[in-house]
Design a protein around this ligand. Structure first.
Ligand SMILES: Nc1nc2c(c(=O)[nH]1)N[C@H]1C(S)=C(S)[C@@H](COP(=O)(O)O)O[C@H]1N2
Ligand SMILES: [Mo]
Length: 370
């Protein structure tokens, strides 16, 4: 154990955390702090990614919190201050939701020109079934004062960051009026097990439909404030930044953009000519998926069949029976559109921090000659 960068909170041994990730088949980008992506092909059938194979994205070392002494403080502009224990939270009415978490930096490695940041491929995304209590209910019990405008969620992890003096905690906020419809959960279980330590034990926020930066792990404090929050991970990071005609543009990262992955066949797979089933996963934070279209070798877009429940903020499957008749290298492209009318761009939308790349995925396979 080492407490480096965490003040009073002991950290999980980084070597051990890294080895566990490698053993589970994750692709490790960085060990200190641990950042590892899912091999999407490890999702065999079903919708849920097993906990050990769920991607991990950390800004600091993983804090090792003690469940028994841990408390969730709910303070600031509330009528009734709370300090809830895990047992008290578990005794409240629980909810379970299937939610897809996607890192806003997923697909950053494809940006041209390249940008700094974790070089994620397409595996900084996974889905789990989360169980916990409704955030709205906890806030209702605390009773927000009329001046309440934003709610700040603080994690137990912290460290030094560029351009800010002293130690910075991982903190994010949501506006009070954004909270109403999000269905946000304070989750203590993931796929029916206690939240694993790297995913936020003992409690994390889950904000369905939002890029996962909003889903603060190792939650220790909820602070209600009257002004826009100006924390590092709110204002400095997680902004779409671009220059348009010499004008700097900034827009906060919020909902997941519509996107689809091709899961089968995998890149560079060699297939026999004839009929094959192409499968993948579409999701969108704004609305349920309306359709997925597939183009083989640049031919006309064919509509795939959607399988499973259609819901905002959680992936489902699509599939298409396709005939492969051209021998040699063949491209497969898949494009999702959601019920809000949003669709995927052909090329990665570039921004300086490399967020929200939801470009159409192209997979190249090889078809044997007859
Ligand atoms: N406390 C805390 N919460 C956090 C983070 C973090 O570094 N610290 N990373 C965020 C980001 S950017 C992502 S993508 C998700 C990743 O969640 P996971 O590691 O469970 O996949 O957690 C979010 N919550
Ligand atoms: Mo992220």
């Amino acid at each position: 154990m080492s407490g480096e960068g965490l003040g009073a909170v002991p950290a999980v041994d980084p070597e051990e955390a890294c080895q566990t990730a490698i053993d589970a088949g994750l692709v490790v980008h960085r060990a200190h702090p641990l950042n590892a992506e899912t091999s999407i092909s490890l999702l065999i059938g079903g919708v849920v990614m097993p906990n050990a194979r769920f991607y991990v994205r950390n800004h600091f070392q993983i804090p090792n919190l003690e469940g028994a002494s841990w408390r969730l403080e709910v303070g600031g502009l509330v009528e009734r201050y709370h300090a809830l224990s895990l047992a008290q939270l578990r005794a409240m009415p629980t909810q379970t939701a299937m939610v897809t978490l996607e890192c806003a930096g997923n697909g950053r490695a494809q940006l041209d020109p390249p940008v700094p940041g974790e070089p994620w491929g397409l595996g900084a995304v996974s889905t789990a079934e989360w169980t916990g209590v409704s955030l709205a209910e906890v806030l209702d019990r605390a009773r927000l004062k009329p001046s309440a405008r934003e709610v700040v969620f603080q994690g137990a992890d912290s460290g030094m960051v560029e351009g800010r003096a002293g130690v910075t905690s991982f903190e994010r906020s949501l506006e009070v009026n954004q909270l109403r419809d999000t269905g946000a959960l304070l989750a203590f279980a993931m796929n029916g097990e206690a939240l694993p330590i790297q995913h936020g034990y003992p409690l994390r926020l889950i904000v369905p439909g939002w890029y996962a930066v909003a889903s603060v792990k190792w939650l220790t404090r909820i602070q209600v404030i009257s002004e826009p929050f100006s924390g590092y991970y709110q204002l400095d990071k997680y902004q779409y930044e671009r220059d348009r005609d010499g004008q700097a543009e900034r827009e906060p990262v919020t909902l997941q953009r519509v996107r689809s992955l091709i899961v089968e066949p995998q890149a560079d797979q060699v297939l026999d000519p004839g009929e094959t089933t192409i499968r993948g996963l579409p999701w969108s934070g704004a609305a349920p998926i309306a359709r997925v279209e597939v183009s083989i070798n640049g031919d006309r877009w064919q509509q795939a069949t959607l399988v499973g429940e259609r819901q905002r903020g959680r992936w489902q499957w699509w599939q298409l029976a396709a005939r492969l008749h051209t021998a040699g290298s063949v491209t497969v492209r898949a494009k999702a559109t959601d019920l809000a009318g949003r669709t995927q761009p052909d090329h990665p939308p570039w921004n300086a921090q490399g967020y929200g790349n939801n470009a159409v995925q192209e997979t190249r396979i090889n078809v044997r000659s007859r």
